[in-house]
Design a protein around this ligand. Structure first.
Ligand code: TRP
Length: 327
């Protein structure tokens, strides 16, 4: 068995095709050959303004989406971060080795900090908690998108410093840069797909009719065609790659190269692959949503196993750090 994988996702409501293509598809793929631990990071979600009344539903929706996409509870662990409060203890301990100067340089902190009236300590130490998530399970590899590489580099730095100060404890986790294409907005392909823009985002829960309409309306070329593939066509190819077989993608790429590509054909193929991909996900989601007890059971079982692993790591960490009066 190869190294242990850890990754986290924010419970930010329903999932769209961009989240699927960028993260969840990789999560499903990786569990075939690795022991995977996946976490819904509700502690992290508290670092920006939020409504506590909505949080439980957001977490449950995330769990439904992740399971519906094919994360298999028989093979992988899927748990809610706050069910394992040990993350916070390790975060504190790591915070005492994390260099403040480096945290100050985190671009996500700077970006998010600009969007709030009052910047909290939690937002500042977000990457330390993320390091704790990963190191608590001594994960060797972390599938992330490019925007998280800086946090992962910080995790490696924190692990190095901890090991140097207290003795070899944590492996330095490596990023797994799985294919994580940026899916763009269907009506404005120069913008990243986001669920706040209605009518241009394909949600995993959308019906066949909605999906077909969105693809039909998707922008292809705007303005005079240059030598480069237009952003709209590129986006359709990105979605095709995420949902169709390599042969189908290769055929359309060859058509494009020989300038014989018809957008209508590309859209027809994309519609077919998209419906074929999303239909089973939607059906599994509906089945799971009808049985929330089963979902809570999966989350609870995983959390139990994670707490056990976390306690083992923490016992060693506490001992090495001289905590607990040696008892
Ligand atoms: N910060 C990550 C994101 O916004 C989510 C996350 C939290 C995470 N903890 C993690 C990702 C640990 C990988 C590993 O996408």
């Amino acid at each position: 068995m190869s190294q242990r994988i850890f990754s986290g996702i924010q419970p930010s409501g329903s999932v769209h095709i961009g989240n699927y293509a960028g993260a969840l598809r990789n999560w499903v793929e990786l569990q075939k050959n690795h022991q995977c631990i996946y976490c819904i990071v509700d502690y992290h979600a508290m670092t920006m303004p939020y409504d506590p009344a909505q949080m439980p539903q957001r977490v449950l929706d995330a769990a439904l989406d992740i399971l519906a996409c094919g994360v298999d509870p028989e093979r992988s662990l899927l748990f809610v971060q706050s069910h394992v409060p040990q993350h916070c203890e390790l975060s504190w301990i790591l915070g005492c080795t994390a260099p403040m100067g480096e945290l100050n340089r985190m671009t996500q902190f700077k970006e998010k900090g600009e969007r709030v009236d009052s910047v909290t300590v939690g937002l500042f130490t977000y990457p330390v908690l993320q390091s704790a998530d990963i190191l608590l399970y001594r994960a060797g590899a972390v599938p992330v998108g490019e925007d998280q590489l800086q946090h992962l580099e910080l995790t490696r730095e924190i692990a190095r410093r901890f090991n140097a100060r207290y003795g070899d404890t944590f492996p330095e986790p490596k990023p797994v840069l799985t294919p994580s294409p940026r899916v763009m907005d269907l009506s404005d392909p120069t913008r990243k797909m986001s669920k706040s823009v209605e009518g241009s985002t394909i949600m995993l829960s959308d019906s066949d009719e909605v999906i077909l309409r969105l693809i039909k309306r998707a922008v292809t070329d705007v303005g005079p065609a240059g030598d480069e593939m237009s952003p709209g066509v590129k986006n359709l190819f990105t979605l095709l790659e995420a949902t169709a077989s390599p042969e189908v993608v290769a055929k359309f790429e060859a058509d494009y190269a020989s300038k014989s590509l018809r957008y209508g054909d590309l859209k027809a193929a994309l519609s077919e692959s998209m419906l074929a991909t999303l239909r089973p996900i939607r059906e599994r989601r509906a089945e799971l949503a009808a049985n929330p007890k089963r979902v809570l059971e999966i989350l609870g079982d995983s959390a139990r196993q994670c707490r056990k692993m976390a306690d083992e790591t923490l016992a060693e960490v506490r001992h090495k750090c001289g905590l607990g009066a040696g008892l």
